[in-house]
Ligand binder design. Structure first.
Ligand SMILES: Nc1ncnc2c1ncn2[C@@H]1O[C@H](COP(=O)(O)OP(=O)(O)OP(=O)(O)O)[C@@H](O)[C@H]1O
Length: 267
């Protein structure tokens, strides 16, 4: 299932706000079926990159091809139909506070798939269950949820239209380590079962080690390296050294290695 076929190809991307250049000649592919982790220091443009791919920020230069089509050149109706093949989970979940969970997840099904309210809410309950929420959560309002439940509900909504690519902006931020690890496992299970690709912006080293097939590092306004963790870790760059070989990086690496050992050999 996981191949090298790129479904998103970014070449020479430029993004700026006024005189502030965020990306300057950034290249990156997202391959079919992979979980691609995207890391970089604060303010290096990870969220802006995500927003450029999903069509929320118009790039100032370069090209973004999605499923073989160049997004910037497409008429808006064709663009919208491509963007419908994306699922997006934003940093703060972005659920509508006036709607309960099943109504939140049903909304895209009513608006974009043309389902009746009854069918959309029935399917929404399936998506909430896929995201690991109990059946009685469907009628709760977002305000009644814990941080972990909010993330799962937002994931259910991102999955509503059976996306081919899922974009997640720091999905485990603010979760306790147990909740974060459960979310990481859920993501891998869903990817294995449903076969979507994932573009995952994160600061969470444990997520990189437990879930990602490749990791892209953004630094100096471009992608410095995008490869397996062992290649990324060995890349000679000061930020990479501090991030992956500092105490937190070493701990995450050790935990990942331990989890692959038989139980009796773990220390
Ligand atoms: N709408 C905007 N207007 C002006 N500047 C913006 C806008 N959106 C982002 N920026 C700037 O672009 C830069 C990159 O922002 P972005 O949110 O992508 O960083 P990030 O790598 O996701 O950071 P973090 O890890 O802290 O979330 C920042 O300097 C930010 O201030």
């Amino acid at each position: 299932m996981r191949g090298s076929e790129p479904i998103v190809e970014i070449r020479g991307l430029v993004n700026r706000f006024g005189r502030h250049v965020v990306h300057d000649g950034l290249d990156l592919d997202i391959r079919r079926g992979e979980i691609l982790g995207v890391v970089g220091g604060s303010g290096t443009g990870k969220s802006v990159l995500l927003r450029s791919i999903v069509g929320l920020k118009r790039p100032d230069g370069g090209s973004i091809r999605v499923f073989g089509e160049e997004l910037q050149r497409l008429p808006s109706s064709r663009r919208a139909s491509i963007e419908r093949r994306f699922g997006v989970l934003f940093q703060r979940g972005a659920l509508f506070s006036s709607l309960n969970l099943q109504e939140n997840v049903a909304l895209p099904l009513i608006e974009h798939a043309g389902l009746s309210r009854v069918d959309a809410e029935r399917l929404a309950r399936v998506k909430l269950a896929l995201a690991g929420l109990p059946a009685d959560a469907a009628r709760l309002d977002p305000a009644a949820l814990s941080g972990g439940m909010i993330k799962r509900a937002a994931l259910a909504r991102a999955l509503a239209l059976d996306p081919e690519v899922l974009f997640l902006d720091e999905p485990t931020a603010g979760l306790d380590p147990i909740g974060a690890a459960a979310f990481d496992r859920l993501l891998v299970t869903l990817r294995d079962a449903l076969g979507f690709s994932v573009f995952l912006v994160t600061h969470d080293l444990d997520t990189l080690y437990s879930s990602c097939d490749r990791v892209a590092v953004i630094a100096q306004k471009r992608v410095l390296v995008a490869d397996t963790l062992s290649v990324v870790e060995a890349t000679d760059d000061p930020w990479i050294r501090d991030y992956f070989h500092g105490p937190r990086g070493r701990a995450a690496n050790k935990a990942a290695q331990q989890s692959t050992l038989p139980e009796g050999e773990r220390r």
